[in-house]
Design a protein around this ligand. Structure first.
Ligand SMILES: Nc1ncnc2c1ncn2[C@@H]1O[C@H](COP(=O)(O)OP(=O)(O)OP(=O)(O)O)[C@@H](O)[C@H]1O
Ligand SMILES: [Mg+2]
Length: 357
């Protein structure tokens, strides 16, 4: 395990994932790559680290490594309510954009430019946006021999957006991604989502399944977690206990390192966190769930507490599926569409499941 510095903070491990992604980018684009994993496990941080440190020689001055041509669009927090707002946010006229000064590197790589004339045609619906983008990428490749990589985070934001009232934007966007990878081998496409119910829908669409690879970014494993705790001088005899309560969630481990001094002991801290997780779940029960749904959830939670996971079977009662879906949206459960296994979104919730009755 390595600890590097990223944005004046620590960047923990992820060597395996970085290697996987860099190997991926060195191959000819043939499939869309989907990155998924539990909430807050570090998907966005990982991809941003890779973009800024592995795909650029000098990120601030936008000097790419190895002829990469990278575009990274994070849709979180963006108010994309229509096709028009998407265009406004991410597609800019080349002539104007290049002359603008003082645009930060992060903003620059979130924008794709088209010739003003072409963009006008797109806005007037005389030219298809995706055809125009493919033309643009083709030109780039031919003239400058670039290796394009397109990365989109929080893709589910594009659901329920329509072009012309009836064409589904997300569908067309994913079609575009299939063309870029499987059909034209023009550009790599990496898509991230923290919403595995959404990923599950995609995974079950034959066309996308055949044209995609799904790669899970998980919490840290046990060995790496222990090394990380060693690095922060946490006594060996406490490490198993911390692993049992927090698992390898980097977010939870960092929070523990920040806050533990405010508590009488490590045990006290961990216990308090489980209580908070438990009250979060009970709050959802009271505010948002029917009694029957609560009973179903308790059955699932009990199985997870006892066996480590709950397996969603093919012929599962619809009501179970609904509860799993709801509690995954609430980020209490994590549903892995590839294995159909359901766990707590992180270990702390599983400890809370032990106390549910
Ligand atoms: N490898 C890492 N090293 C250090 N800190 C990390 C690492 N990965 C994640 N973090 C920290 O954990 C927190 C959550 O990470 P991040 O937002 O990247 O997760 P995510 O999986 O993208 O979450 P979401 O499911 O909400 O999209 C952040 O505060 C981030 O700084
Ligand atoms: Mg994220």
């Amino acid at each position: 395990m390595l600890i590097k510095s990223f944005r004046n903070d620590e960047f923990v491990d992820r060597e395996k994932e970085i290697k996987f992604l860099l190997d991926w980018f060195n191959k000819i684009p043939k499939e869309i790559l989907w990155l998924y994993g539990p909430k807050s496990c570090g998907k966005t941080t990982l991809i941003e680290y890779i973009v800024e440190n592995e795909l650029f020689e000098d990120f601030e001055n936008l000097k790419p490594k190895d002829n990469y041509w990278v575009r990274y669009i994070n849709l979180r927090g963006k108010l994309i309510s229509s096709y028009e707002t998407f265009l406004e946010s991410f597609i800019k006229p080349e002539e104007e954009y290049i002359t603008q000064k003082g645009i930060s590197a992060g903003v620059s790589i979130a924008v794709i430019t088209l010739k003003a004339e072409v963009l006008k045609q797109v806005k007037e619906r005389k030219k298809d946006l995706f055809d125009a983008l493919i033309d643009e990428l083709n030109k780039k490749l031919k003239k400058e021999n670039k290796k394009p990589i397109l990365i989109i985070d929080e893709i589910q934001t594009l659901e329920d957006i329509y072009i012309n009232g009836e064409r589904e934007f997300l569908k067309e966007f994913l079609n575009f991604c299939v063309r870029l990878t499987k059909e034209l081998h023009l550009s790599h496409v990496v898509i991230l989502s923290s919403n595995t119910i959404f990923i599950n829908r995609i995974y079950n669409e034959a066309k996308l399944k055949e044209t995609s690879t799904f790669y899970k970014i998980d919490h840290l494993d046990k060995e790496t977690t222990f090394k990380y705790l060693d690095y922060h001088n946490i006594p060996k005899e406490k490490q198993s206990l911390i692993w049992d309560y927090l698992g390898g969630s980097i977010y939870r481990l960092q929070k523990f390192l920040r806050d533990r001094d405010k508590f009488a002991s490590i045990e006290d801290y961990l216990n308090k966190q489980v209580e908070l997780a438990l009250s979060e779940i009970k709050h959802i029960f009271i505010m948002e769930m029917e009694n029957e749904e609560i009973d179903i959830f308790k059955q699932i939670a009990k199985t997870i507490a006892e066996n480590g996971f709950y397996l969603l079977k093919d012929k599962e009662d619809k009501k179970f599926v609904k509860v799993v879906s709801f509690m995954s949206q609430k980020e209490i459960l994590f549903f892995d569409p590839l294995s159909d296994k359901i766990k707590g979104n992180n270990r702390l919730y599983e400890k809370a499941f032990e106390r549910l009755n």
